[in-house]
Design a protein around this ligand. Structure first.
Ligand SMILES: Nc1ncnc2c1ncn2[C@@H]1O[C@H](COP(=O)(O)OP(=O)(O)OP(=O)(O)O)[C@@H](O)[C@H]1O
Ligand SMILES: [Mg+2]
Length: 311
């Protein structure tokens, strides 16, 4: 079901919207917050953006978008809002029926938006599920936020407590590797995986330096790129109820408080993240997308690997 489903979806989405999936099986790593910030950053750059919430239990991204719509009305603001849909968990007698239903809901939803939008940003649950696996297989770019702690690192790999050498790759890293392989089989597309450290403290501790060096090591083994991190900031929590992001205007009547230096620093961090994603928005991103397409189309003709993973 999964591979044939991926093939159908991959066929449909070829030459349509670029799909960015925020994923990490670790709960609370910042997937929903990152998804909303990426979506608003792209909207504010003039792109047509849709958002999809596959976390049908928590619906955090759905609430974030609703809060934004409500705040725009209440405060009489013109806020760019993505077209949004969510896929609720299907309740059926058999697992196969439930998966078919969820697959249909996602396919129908994407069918309505993918050709009319430049980007689709997908938020996923912090658990392994059929929809989550499917999302990782249709992604063009996978963004994995992870908290700056070895507990979060453990989702990617187990390390030796003394030498900090990587002992083995963990469940989620293996799941991404499998997703990449299946997508490659389905339509020869290459998933660009970017890991971003979230909730970083302003003081760099020895622990953080160790995580940084372990991540750099792991990046080479697993083939992901490492973006500069996002700091721990109260504003990321405070913005949710009014649906704002670090990219929105910081006038007092918008924020309901005076903007601080932290607001500006947060905005800068999100901009850096966007540029690290190298999406097909600027000249460099477009070249990479073109190279990926050329690679995917050269089915029988092996060509030199394009510059996808290298920094
Ligand atoms: N950089 C940050 N600074 C401060 N708080 C943050 C930051 N990023 C996320 N948070 C807060 O951390 C919590 C978890 O974030 P979020 O809901 O985005 O994670 P998630 O990965 O989507 O979680 P889940 O797996 O439960 O869906 C939220 O309360 C959010 O407001
Ligand atoms: Mg979430």
């Amino acid at each position: 079901m999964l591979l044939s489903g991926v093939r159908d979806l991959a066929d449909k989405k070829r030459h349509s919207a670029h799909v960015i999936v925020c994923g990490n099986e670790k709960g609370g790593s910042g997937k929903s917050t990152t998804a909303m910030h990426i979506a608003v950053a792209l909207l504010k750059s003039g792109y047509r953006v849709a958002t999809v919430d596959l976390d049908g239990r928590q619906l955090s991204l759905t609430r974030y978008v609703e809060n934004r719509r409500r705040w725009a009305r209440t405060a009489r603001l013109t806020l760019a809002i993505p077209q949004h849909f969510h896929v609720p968990p299907a309740r059926r007698d058999s697992v196969a029926d439930a998966e078919s239903e969820e697959f249909r809901q996602l396919t129908d939803g994407l069918g309505d938006i993918e050709s009319s939008h430049d980007f689709v940003v997908v938020d996923t649950p912090g658990s392994d599920s059929f929809l989550n696996r499917l999302a990782h297989r249709i992604a063009d770019t996978l963004v994995t936020p992870m908290n700056d702690s070895f507990i979060d690192f453990d989702v990617l790999a187990r390390i030796d407590p003394v030498s900090h050498e990587i002992i083995e790759h963990s469940q989620y890293a293996i799941a991404v590797r499998d997703a990449r392989r299946e997508r490659r089989q389905a339509d020869n597309s290459i998933l660009d995986w970017v890991v971003v450290r979230n909730r970083m403290s302003s003081i760099t501790s020895r622990n953080e330096q160790k995580i940084d060096s372990c991540l750099k090591n792991l990046a080479m083994q697993l083939g992901f790129r490492l973006a500069d991190g996002i700091s721990e900031r109260v504003m990321f929590r405070e913005f949710f109820p009014i649906g704002l992001t670090a990219l929105d205007d910081f006038e007092e009547h918008v924020l309901n408080s005076k903007p601080t230096l932290s607001h500006l620093a947060a905005r800068q961090e999100i901009r850096q993240l966007l540029s690290a994603l190298r999406l097909p928005t600027d000249e460099y991103g477009r070249k990479r997308a073109e190279a990926r397409r050329a690679y995917a189309e050269a089915v029988a003709r092996p060509i030199a690997l394009p510059d996808i993973f290298a920094n």
